[in-house]
Design a protein around this ligand. Structure first.
Ligand SMILES: [Zn+2]
Length: 99
């Protein structure tokens, strides 16, 4: 096998491993910060204590479904009530009136 190909393969594997590891670490961090946000101020110190500020900017948002009209929308644009999500206050209220 050509030595250059071996080097290229190693570099490729290294980059792939780096990206996968980065992705997994980011995902774990997202889960933690999402949980912390759901639990209110309890876990708020953990995010800032991480030191690597700025990594929070590109959190892939969790997609939730409106309980009333079943539209899918990102968590930060949705209204939460208990375990249910709504696309907005009007739908939350409309659903609450029915139940
Ligand atoms: Zn809705």
């Amino acid at each position: 096998m050509n030595p250059i190909r071996i080097v290229l393969t190693l570099i490729f594997v290294w980059i792939a491993w780096f990206l996968i590891r980065n992705y997994l670490m980011k995902q774990r961090h997202d889960t933690q910060s999402t949980n912390a946000a759901n639990q209110g101020a309890k876990g708020s110190s953990r995010g800032s204590a991480n030191g690597k500020g700025g990594s929070n900017k590109k959190i892939p948002l969790k997609i939730v479904k409106c309980r009333l009209c079943e539209v899918h929308l990102p968590e930060n644009a949705a209204v939460k009530f208990g375990n249910d999500w709504f696309c907005g206050q009007p739908h939350k209220q409309a659903w609450l009136e029915k139940h």
